[in-house]
Design a protein around this ligand. Structure first.
Ligand code: NAD
Length: 335
């Protein structure tokens, strides 16, 4: 019987993780610490409202007293909270440094002071930079080479987590994961953005010719990977978590096909200043712990499209708010 603190649990991956964990471990409980920024959607957890094993604290990971309150009687911290959008980081890097680096540091420090809590840090493959078409995939030994303020802030947080292990012996682990897709993802990100645009009878804006390559993993497989590392991972170590490599054009054509549309629904638009060409991951280290992805890309993309079709209430905002979001999105890119 364990009590977990999940940070950023009202976001995309955090909320999927909370549902996954509470249904898999019926004796465990979770406290969710989330600031509810624009990316936090408490409605993701509506079904847990009366669940005695779930509680919510609205608070900021950069605020020591919020963190101390949330850590009470907690055994394990799973840290998702972050500013997570690359384009926003290019426009306003400061909040990324504050939340992702300072916020992680505040959490680590509190974990050290309140009884050396087990700490798992959720990070990204973007910390490794970009690959060329024939480069070998990223692995745990790949040097950090971030190319956007988002990636730099996550790399900074990864380094801070590692030093709390080497300097103070805090029991930490890290996962660096590929792009995720699935339910409850904010419509500013590529897959839900394109799905919901087509559902609103609008074309999808694809950068350049859609040649950039990303590695994609169903969010539930990411939750399973974190579970595996929490149970079997070696303290002080990082694990790369991979998915299937696809060009952005392939992803777009897949979405259009599922929705019964053709290529004419694509608007090819200009590229942004920093757009890493390729991410790919060698996940043989975590596979040795017994993890591998279970969810087939085509089927899970179809399920994701169907989820957005069925849950218009979740993403359809009142018209003025939607117009503002569309205006904002017209300046944002494909990550
Ligand atoms: P998200 O943007 O959907 O959610 C982030 C959550 O953090 C939101 O609920 C937000 O309210 C909360 N938050 C932001 N600032 C906070 C603060 N100061 N204090 C408390 N809460 C705060 O993000 P996501 O896509 O779910 O990503 C979660 C984590 O996984 C991030 O650390 C991200 O870097 C990492 N990651 C994401 C992906 C992906 O494909 N989405 C892939 C690999 C790693």
């Amino acid at each position: 019987m364990a009590k977990l603190l999940v940070t950023g649990g009202a976001g995309f991956i955090g909320s999927n993780f909370i549902h996954y964990w509470l249904s898999k471990y019926p004796k465990d409980s979770i406290v969710n610490l989330d600031k509810l920024t624009y990316a936090g959607h408490p409605e993701n957890l509506l079904s847990l409202k009366r669940n005695p094993r779930y509680s919510f604290i609205r608070g900021d990971i950069t605020n020591k007293s919020d963190v101390n309150l949330a850590l009470k009687n907690v055994d394990i911290v799973v840290h998702f909270a972050a500013e997570s959008h690359v384009d926003r980081s290019i426009e306003d890097p400061m909040i990324f440094a504050k939340t992702n680096v300072l916020g992680t540091c505040v959490l680590l420090d509190a974990c050290l002071r309140y009884g050396r809590k087990r700490f798992h840090h959720v990070s990204t493959d973007e910390v490794f930079g970009e690959l060329g078409p024939s480069d070998i995939p990223f692995n745990e030994k790949t040097p950090l080479n971030p190319r956007s303020p988002y990636a730099a802030s996550k790399a900074g947080s990864d380094l801070m987590v590692k030093t709390y292990y080497t300097a103070y012996g805090l029991p930490v682990t890290i996962t660096n994961c590929a792009n995720n897709y699935g339910p409850y993802q904010d419509t500013e990100k590529l897959i839900p953005r394109f799905i919901t645009r087509v559902l609103r009878h609008k074309k999808v804006p694809l950068m350049s010719q859609g040649e950039n390559i990303r590695s994609w993993l169903a969010v539930i497989d990411h939750c399973r990977a974190i579970d595996t590392v929490l149970k079997k991972g070696k303290i002080g170590e990082g694990y790369c978590v991979g998915g299937e490599e696809k060009t952005n054009l392939e992803i777009t054509l897949n979405i259009l096909k599922i929705l019964g549309k053709d290529k004419s629904w694509i608007d090819f638009v200009g590229n942004r200043a920093v757009n890493d060409f390729r991410y790919a991951i060698d996940d043989s280290k975590i596979r040795k712990l017994g993890w591998k992805p279970k969810h087939d890309f085509e089927r899970w993309l179809t399920d994701t499209v169907n989820w957005y079709k069925k849950n218009e209430w979740w993403w359809k905002k009142p018209s003025i708010k939607q117009a503002l979001i569309d205006f904002k999105n017209s300046f944002l890119g494909n990550d």
